[in-house]
Ligand binder design. Sequence first.
Ligand code: NAD
Length: 509
Amino acid sequence: MKSRDNEGNFGEEMIKAAKTIDFNERTIGEHLMLIGGRPVPAQAGATMAIRDPGTGKTIGSVPRGTAEDVDAAVDAAHRAFTDGPWARTSAADRARIMSRYADLVEQHAEELAFIESLNSGMLHGMALRMVGEVVSYLRYYEGWATKIHGVTSEISSPATGEFHAYTLKQPIGVCGFVTPWNFPMSIAMIKIAPALAAGCTCVLKPSEETPFSSLRLAELALEAGLPEGVLNVMTGYGIEAGAAIAAHPGIAKVAFTGSTMVGKEIVKAAAGNLKRITLELGGKSPVVVFDDADLDAAIQGVATGIFVRSGQVCVAGSRLYVQRKSFDKVVEGIAAIAGSMKIGDQFASDTQIGPIISDKQLQRVKSLVETGPGDGAEIVTGGRMVSDRPGFFFEPTILANPNPDARVVREEIFGPVLCASPFDDIEDIARIANSTEYGLASAIWSRDAGKIHRMAKRIDAGVVWANCAFVTDTSLPIAGHKQSGWGGELGREGLDPYLSTKSVFVKLD
Ligand code: NAD
């Protein structure tokens, strides 16, 4: 659907499409939570103001839900799981609903991209691509809905007699999702889609910074025919609503994406009923460039890998190691790209560096970068907040030669900040690449296939990219190693956590 004219203004057709959204005024308005298929305020009546990080202005509000609202959402999800039509919906009908849901998301692509871009500061073009990701997750897992099955077994245990024995794969129950602000819509759907394919019901709490796209996704799910109570979205702060989801005895499984620190809190809270957990956490991903690489391609790939989405990407390649002979050339090349990047509004078509999500996160990036020089780093380019415009912006930054144990090397900055160091010893580079508590992603740049495969084996990370950056596919899981997570999302591995296995032994005589 074409919704914008050549000046970028949104047309009448679009304005009519979304009730409370004013595209040209950049407001989304007051929204309610969606529990049991109905829009509801928080029981305590409180609301939270939501901002546009590109301007810092308030764009709307949502309820500040707390534990009592989590109770209501879990009740609704529980009823839908046990008594409602969802409990009797066949796998083929689940797939049909998911297919209609994907169609509707596609039809609302411009609206969803606008919401995501305005609320999260994501560049508008990227937000449109993320709508495509959401659709691809629904279509991929819609296919799985009809392919969930157990096995039969000719049992050979000492029990006498004849048996028919098999396993049943069944939906695990009510699932709680707690999500971050960097890719709100796609991270929500990476959980919702396999849960629906499995037949589970869901309570989703998006980040307090970025609730709007999740609420709109839940409205579209109802329109697609998902029964009431199957997908409930509640809004609120992590410490209030998120913690109540993690601890709730009525929730069978929690899927969390966010920081490693909060991930550990989720683990503790989930211990009460030993609920199943998957965790997608932080990263400090290494990028290793060898002398034999296509250096021009590597320079472009490394710059994309750290500066896209202003570095607010869990798999960002934030630690660069370049074989010494090529170090200056690679760092100069990336610095030239960084220095030429257009910083600006997320809706402007020439913007390359959009805003940081909030003033709090901006100050965190700034204060971490400021520790760099004291820890041996030279600021090659950037290093400052952008103060001549409203909103929250940070320059693309390169810190060269920090001490190996500097905070900027060890801690996730979650901003457009690259730490670059030379290396000499090829045999030792995998150890250096592995020298953080994280193990989310990694990249290798080389023309030597043997070197690539050896490094791929040695690097302790859930993803290895060779001569590319940021390639993902619905068919392959992303599964953090070490303190980057538990379990994987996407692919068949992304479906399994939503299923329980039951062995059935039937004596035939
Ligand atoms: P965060 O951990 O601060 O918050 C994530 C979510 O947890 C939010 O919804 C928040 O409200 C909630 N929360 C906060 N405290 C909580 C508590 N005590 N109990 C329950 N819930 C709580 O993360 P963020 O700042 O929103 O996102 C950035 C982080 O997310 C980074 O560390 C990034 O690496 C990580 N991330 C990881 C992946 C991945 O796939 N591995 C993807 C995206 C983001």
